[in-house]
Design a protein around this ligand. Structure first.
Ligand SMILES: Nc1ncnc2c1ncn2[C@@H]1O[C@H](COP(=O)(O)OP(=O)(O)OP(=O)(O)O)[C@@H](O)[C@H]1O
Ligand SMILES: [Zn+2]
Length: 440
């Protein structure tokens, strides 16, 4: 293999680094790297590796580009919304460097296809966002004898390490059992800033290039903990490979890929799982809520004698309780009479809307007259809520998707406070009642 004059000119700035040179660039040209996930981390990883002249770059993703991806997944653009992420990424990469061989793997990586997909590549880069895929990639890399460059980013924070490299530990050595799914925060709920994924993805690409050109990494057996908010970066030494590790240990018990969804009790995506705590017949739909709000004036915060979250006239997103959309404006009392839900055989009471989302989400958009008490704060603010649920009002609890509202209702009912929650929360409100209400 050789380098053309055009290649030498293109890669000159990295080739003049003493530890890269011609041999390093040739190694980069010969290397094949698989980027799993072309999202926030995968975007910079793929772009830097392509621009550096990696010989073969595989791109794995099963998803399509959404508008909410673009703030951080900088390889995708407005034009690519709705198309496969692997295609969108390949098109952007080809514009940057047409000399690289790109291979699209537009699939959900799972136990049935992982070994075949990973096998042709020298190095695997984990740019995914969920626990089952992390275990899958780890086990597949150990079985195939390949290093795994792992990154993660959430909120302002990131982590980076290289598993199963130069005798270092694998992911299972450090985390033999998966975390309970409910303790894992995703970007959808926790949020993430673009430069944080950009920073971690760039570091992943840097490690790959060092591994290819120099045969070493600073992160085998070490983990970078980056706090983008404090501007604090720390590297900790990880405990070494565990002889008892189920996959890379001396006597491995896992010799073929398993069912990672079952093992982790979580799906291979980072989407929030619907909670089923309160029976559907004890909840109300957004259309029922809409009908109730149109039938009877909302009890204002002041009238309900709680700390007002807002003036009755100020709604961040929408100043009306939504267009009728063909919904009945009479209360239909779908909820069970064992709750404070509206019932057909009595005059409906004014509704008090209790929005249990985090204040930052409430600040993005909320329904008029709703009162914000985050569900985690309810135990310490019970008196306030009890005052809202006074006789003559119906306390209706809502949140973003109808998950936290169920938790809130379950807790409030234990305290003897009658209330109902809204199925699907404000996302359902936006879908079924008021398309003007923003989704985020
Ligand atoms: N098992 C898997 N097979 C293929 N692609 C995967 C797998 N697991 C995760 N991914 C991909 O990894 C990427 C992770 O990127 P990131 O978390 O930035 O994106 P996202 O899931 O699009 O984000 P959001 O949660 O905002 O929708 C996603 O594009 C996702 O589709
Ligand atoms: Zn191990």
């Amino acid at each position: 293999m050789s380098l053309s004059n055009e290649e030498i000119e293109r890669y000159g700035r990295q080739m003049i680094l003493p530890n890269i040179g011609r041999p390093g660039q040739l190694a980069i040209k010969q290397a094949s790297v698989l980027v799993v996930g072309t999202g926030g981390l995968g975007a910079p990883v793929a772009m830097y590796l392509a621009c550096a002249g990696i010989g073969t770059l595989g791109l794995v993703d099963h998803d399509t580009v959404a508008v909410s991806n673009i703030h951080r997944q900088v390889i995708h653009t407005e034009d690519s919304v709705g198309i496969a992420k692997t295609t969108s990424a390949r098109q952007a990469l080809e514009r940057a460097n047409s000399h690289v061989r790109y291979v699209e793997h537009n699939l959900l990586l799972d136990a049935s296809n992982a070994l075949d997909t990973l096998r042709p590549y020298d190095i695997i880069v984990d740019c995914t966002d969920n626990v089952p895929t992390r275990y899958l990639l780890n086990d597949a890399c150990v079985m195939l004898g390949k290093p795994l460059v792992s990154g993660s980013a959430l909120r302002f924070d990131g982590q980076l390490t290289v598993y199963h490299y130069h005798g270092g530990p694998c992911y299972r050595c450090l985390f033999p059992t998966p975390p309970p799914p409910e303790t894992v925060t995703n970007c959808d709920d926790g949020g993430v800033l673009g430069p944080v994924t950009g920073m971690l993805g760039s570091l992943q690409a840097l490690e790959v290039l060092k591994m290819v050109a120099l045969g070493e990494s600073a992160f085998a057996g070490r983990m970078l903990l980056a706090d983008g908010l404090a501007g604090a970066f720390r590297t900790v030494k990880l405990r070494g490979r565990q002889k008892t590790c189920a996959v890379c240990g001396d006597e491995p018990t896992i010799k073929e890929l398993v069912d990672y969804v079952q093992f982790c009790g979580a799906r291979p995506d980072d989407k929030t799982k619907p909670v089923k705590m309160i029976p559907a017949n004890e909840r109300i739909t957004v259309r029922e809520l809409h009908a109730r709000l149109n039938a009877v004036p909302t009890a204002t915060a002041a009238a309900a004698s709680a700390t007002p979250a807002e003036n009755s006239t100020t709604a961040t997103a929408s100043n009306s309780t939504a267009p009728t959309n063909g919904t009945s404006t009479t209360p239909n009392g779908a909820a069970s009479s064992s709750t404070a839900a509206p019932t057909a055989d009595r005059t409906p009471s004014p509704v008090v809307l209790l929005d249990v989302r985090a204040p930052v989400q409430f600040g993005i958009a909320h329904l008029p007259n709703s009162i914000n008490v985050p569900w985690r704060d309810l135990p310490s603010r019970l008196d306030e809520v009890r005052a809202l649920a006074r006789d003559g009002t119906d306390l209706v609890v809502l949140c973003r998707r109808g998950n936290d509202s169920q938790r809130a209702v379950a807790n409030l009912r234990k305290e003897g406070i009658e209330c109902v929650d809204v199925i699907g929360g404000l996302e359902a409100w936006s879908a079924d009642v008021d398309p003007e209400f923003p989704r985020y």
